[in-house]
Design a binder for this molecule. Structure first.
Ligand SMILES: Cc1cc2nc3c(=O)[nH]c(=O)nc-3n(C[C@H](O)[C@H](O)[C@H](O)COP(=O)(O)OP(=O)(O)OC[C@H]3O[C@@H](n4cnc5c(N)ncnc54)[C@H](O)[C@@H]3O)c2cc1C
Length: 616
């Protein structure tokens, strides 16, 4: 007899990659009873220990650090940084697991595959999805008023007939500068990564019988040895191409993002297993070439890990009310309904991946700055209750070439989860939420998502906006900037306050309201210094860019003292903080006319730097 259960939630997210995880957690944090249906035993999708892609973002690998993604994805990376200095992927899995498990409104169904979905008869609304959990032989039917497709492949949308595209649009269709003259079905391919370690003594490698043979000429455009120089002159911006593309794997210990195959069928999804077998053969073939095919500086290296589950870059893109294009990206469009942003280059890979031996593996059109992504790209244009987040959002192929970057997928997921909570509040569908997008954006900013000008904090519930700040010392910026609506350094403007050292009893910051306010929560945004990455990565080069431990600039210990007529009426002591956004709930509303913050120590920096203080 088949085991079967029916479950109902407010919001169901399918796919627990970084987009789906952020969508599910943010919805749950905003009071929505949420289920996350996830095919795998670990969270993070391509960023999990099963695939091990590192999280990049709008900071363009340190070229424009002011634009690093904040919010949930940064919170998770800081949690990881606080406990995982050795870049252990199992610990990263555990950090994501703990994050999801802590949310009381969130249930994660691991090892659970959605295999079908149904519309309510005579409507364009998803009524239910059907899932199987292989470990328990359980079958489930899940129902909810709202769904999010975070499968990467747009699988839920596909099952219910959502409009989608794959391959490339033509220039005539989109007007994009780098679109081909004719539409085509090209797509970026799947990849498995490998990791090798230096044992300190020579190690032999015997390839398996199925390994492919590769030679130096075939790999001349693909960095695979310590001393190799790639001729990148055919790249649109050779210098920037080398900076971005070569740094991750200039040595022989990690890679290779260019081990990329897309099959030769019409659709990459049904070819996945065949492509996987070929990737396996090429992965061992590349390592055989490095070890046995001439001098690559790898004599002492041995394989430590070879992925078995290929990461996917590109398949279906579900169509929304707006289709984000390369032109929007290169024009740095600021949409009225912006709910996320991106900043990675338009990073298109060679059409036949590794097999395009005469081409550079990628063709990046670099730019400076960021662009925004409209809310309308995050819900289906023809399925009424379907959101999407991650690499299946509504973009052209060239739009995806930038938006697929994990940081961008994650903040988009956070936007979708928060939007789902607001849909519930207003009893509406994704499209019906349009008038409330300014409110959605304010909640996202409150949760540490950055938005470029003209968007700033104008949250009417934030008592700090009309407060007056004074501080015990100042070495840069000003206490006045703590409520200027921007919670990070941008260019030369600190948008915050930096103390001059840390006095014996701590540095004091006083926030005066000028009248009595009922305060139940404070939110303080500290500097974490985006110039030092905090992501988990297998790349030794990228690891070397990091400092050990928690960012030293983050305030570690501080006290919050609520005052009324100079008398203490409430207090909270925060210890061992390692987060950029530090939220303190007092458990009740406390009448006060000012709040004193006493910053006692940082995680190592000599001064205290605060970007924003809020009070609710
Ligand atoms: C080799 C490679 C290198 C890359 N390099 C970088 C890089 O350096 N930096 C960067 O930022 N990005 C990089 N990317 C891009 C990035 O990894 C993806 O765009 C990103 O992971 C997309 O996130 P996602 O959450 O949308 O989807 P995914 O990461 O694909 O996660 C989707 C999840 O949904 C689950 N799922 C799918 N179908 C179902 C179903 N039916 N039922 C239940 N669960 C399901 C899957 O198991 C998966 O875990 C790279 C991608 C690849 C493949």
């Amino acid at each position: 007899m088949k085991r079967f259960s029916e479950e109902n939630y407010d919001f169901i997210v399918v796919g627990g990659g970084m987009a789906g995880l952020c969508a599910a957690i943010s919805a749950a944090r905003h009071g929505t009873k949420t289920a996350l249906i996830h095919a795998r035993p670990v969270l993070g999708g391509n960023a999990s220990s099963e695939i091990r892609i590192h999280i990049s973002g709008a900071d363009q690998s340190l070229r424009q650090t002011d634009y690093a993604e904040g919010g949930l994805v940064y919170e998770m990376m800081l949690d990881n940084k606080a406990c995982n200095d050795s870049f252990c992927y199992s610990v990263w899995d555990s950090v994501l697991f703990e994050k999801a498990k802590k949310e009381k409104n969130l249930t994660v169904y691991f090892n659970t595959v959605m295999y079908d979905a149904e519309l309510a008869p005579g409507t364009n609304r998803i009524a239910s999805i059907s899932c199987v959990q292989e470990t328990t032989e359980m079958r489930y039917r899940f129902t909810a008023p709202l769904f999010a497709d975070c499968t990467g492949n747009g699988t839920l949308g596909y099952y219910v007939g959502a409009d989608f595209r794959q391959g490339s649009e033509s220039k005539a269709q989109t007007g994009e500068p780098h679109a081909p003259d004719e539409p085509n079905n090209e797509r970026m391919g799947n990849t498995i990564l490998l990791k090798a370690v230096d044992t300190g003594h020579p190690v032999k490698f015997t390839p398996p019988s199925y390994a492919k043979k590769l030679d130096e000429h075939q790999l001349r455009y693909r960095v695979h040895s310590k001393t190799m120089k790639v001729d990148a002159s055919m790249a649109p911006d050779p210098e920037e191409w080398l900076r971005l593309s070569a740094c991750s794997c200039k040595a022989v210990d990690y890679g290779y993002w260019w081990l990329e195959l897309m099959g030769d069928g019409d659709d990459i999804i049904p070819d996945y297993e065949k492509i996987r077998d070929d990737l396996y053969a090429y992965a061992y073939g590349i390592w055989d070439h490095i070890k046995n095919g001439g001098e690559h500086g790898a004599e002492n290296y041995t394989l430590q890990w070879v992925g078995a589950l290929p990461g996917m870059r590109e398949s279906r893109r579900l169509m929304g009310d707006y289709v984000l294009s390369e032109s929007d990206i290169l024009d740095h469009r600021i949409f009225d309904d912006a709910v996320a942003y991106g900043g990675w280059c338009v990073d298109l890979h060679a059409p036949h991946g590794l097999l395009d031996f005469d081409l550079l593996p990628s063709d990046c059109h670099h730019f400076t700055g960021i662009y925004t992504i409209p809310y309308r790209s995050y819900y289906s244009r023809n399925i009424d209750n379907l959101f999407m987040a991650g690499r299946d959002i509504s973009t052209t192929k060239l739009g995806l070439a930038s938006t697929r970057i994990l940081g961008c997928c994650a903040i988009g997921g956070q936007a979708v989860g928060t939007a789902a909570a607001l849909c519930r509040k207003y009893g509406t569908d994704p499209r019906g939420l349009a008038p409330h997008v300014p409110e959605l954006r304010q909640i996202l900013m409150k949760d540490d998502i950055y938005f470029p000008a003209p968007f700033t904090n104008d949250d009417e519930g934030d008592f700090a906006r009309s407060a007056v700040f004074t501080a015990s010392s100042v070495s840069a910026g000003s206490p006045d900037m703590l409520n200027n609506g921007v919670s990070r350094k941008i260019g030369d403007c600190l948008n915050g306050w930096k103390s001059d050292g840390i006095a014996e009893g701590g540095e004091e910051l006083l926030m005066k309201f000028g009248k009595v306010r009922s305060v139940s929560q404070t939110r303080v945004t500290f500097d974490s210094n985006f110039a030092y990455p905090v992501r988990i990565t297998m790349s030794a080069n990228r690891q070397e860019q990091q400092r050990p431990g928690v960012p030293m600039e983050l305030v570690k210990d501080y006290d919050i003292v609520l005052l009324l007529d100079g008398k203490e009426v409430g207090r909270s002591e925060v210890r061992d903080n390692h987060q950029r956004l530090s939220v303190t709930d007092f458990g009740r509303k406390i009448d006060c006319d000012s709040i004193k913050f006493v910053f006692r120590s940082t995680n190592g920096a000599p001064d205290v730097t605060v970007y924003e203080v809020r009070a609710y």
